[in-house]
Design a protein around this ligand. Structure first.
Ligand code: AMP
Length: 284
């Protein structure tokens, strides 16, 4: 695997390739990231991964400094996975000393859900991904459904800014007991990790109840609303601080009408000091 540090090195490597697939990450790689790599390999024999903890997407008081950095282990995993190249820029290389130009996604996509609690976060994500797309010029880019709103923002950006890139969404990789894998799971104590399992179980219960209501022709917007309220309270009773638990349409994450067939249930909740995300798609 080639380890590339500068933009020039990436451009030179890119010029020698035909089609390539790209997997952007912040490192501390786990099986979720590696499933993106596997999907990337299904689309192209040449896979490039980036590891960059992007300061622009972290807010004040968030975990930029303490975000886990495990480069030696990451390089070993990517080498074993058959990745062709790893791009490892520094903030100086990517942003230089000029004030950054910011890519601002439409408010409708970022004012709600994670964007509500993390002002500037999706601008930071969109900006760094746009830069990566311009530098790497991938044919395909693999993104996890784990960060569902992020995926929607990047898909919209690719359409709006005419990037000639195919986005490949990848299903959430989970632990055996159902916890969505995340670099931030490392912050959880043993007890918190057990408690965290309730999140995916709650999503499964909600999915079952929605499907049952649909079968019995009992679906109404009030049903969705009540289910969200009831399950949020249940999570609070189990010790979670819930940022949101909500049923949305899969396309642009708006509150669904009862006619909507493709739904996603999204949750963001804090266990102790750790903020966890999960979601579950369902088709009616
Ligand atoms: P991160 O390193 O957390 O920025 O994540 C890099 C990419 O990996 C993003 O596209 C994430 O959505 C994806 N990802 C993270 N965790 C998982 C997971 N458990 N399953 C699938 N994709 C994931």
């Amino acid at each position: 695997m080639k380890v590339l540090h500068s933009i020039e090195e990436v451009r030179q490597w890119r010029a020698e390739q035909d089609e390539i697939a790209f997997v952007p990450t912040m490192g501390n790689l786990h099986a979720g990231h590696l499933s993106l790599v596997e999907t990337a390999k299904e689309h192209s024999s040449k896979v490039i991964v980036s590891i960059f903890v992007n300061p622009l997407q972290f807010g004040e008081g968030e975990d930029l400094e303490s975000y886990p950095r495990t480069l030696t282990a990451d390089i070993e995993k990517l080498t074993d996975a058959g990745v062709s190249a790893l791009f490892l820029p520094t903030p100086e290389i990517l942003y230089g000393s000029d004030a950054p130009f910011i890519v601002t996604p439409p408010a409708a996509l970022i004012d709600d859900l994670c964007g509500k609690d993390r002002p500037g976060h999706f601008e930071g994500v969109a900006t760094v991904v746009a830069k990566f797309f311009n530098i790497v010029e991938p044919t395909y880019a693999c993104l996890g459904k784990k960060d569902y709103q992020q995926l929607k923002v990047i898909e919209a950006m690719v359409r709006a800014l005419n990037f000639d890139i195919t986005i490949i969404p990848v299903d959430i990789e989970r632990s055996e007991r159902g916890l969505a894998l995340s670099s931030r799971n490392g912050y959880l104590s043993e007890n918190e990790a057990t408690q965290a399992l309730i999140l995916s179980q709650t999503l499964q219960m909600m999915k079952a109840q929605i499907i049952e209501a649909a079968c019995n022709r009992m679906l109404t917007t009030a049903f969705y609303h009540n289910l969200e309220q009831e399950m949020s309270l249940l999570l609070q009773d189990q010790g979670f601080s819930v940022d949101y638990l909500t049923i949305r349409d899969q396309k642009i994450l708006k509150i669904p009408t009862v006619e909507e067939r493709k739904l996603v249930i999204l949750v963001a909740a804090n266990v102790g000091k750790t903020r966890l995300l999960d979601n579950l798609e369902l088709s009616l």
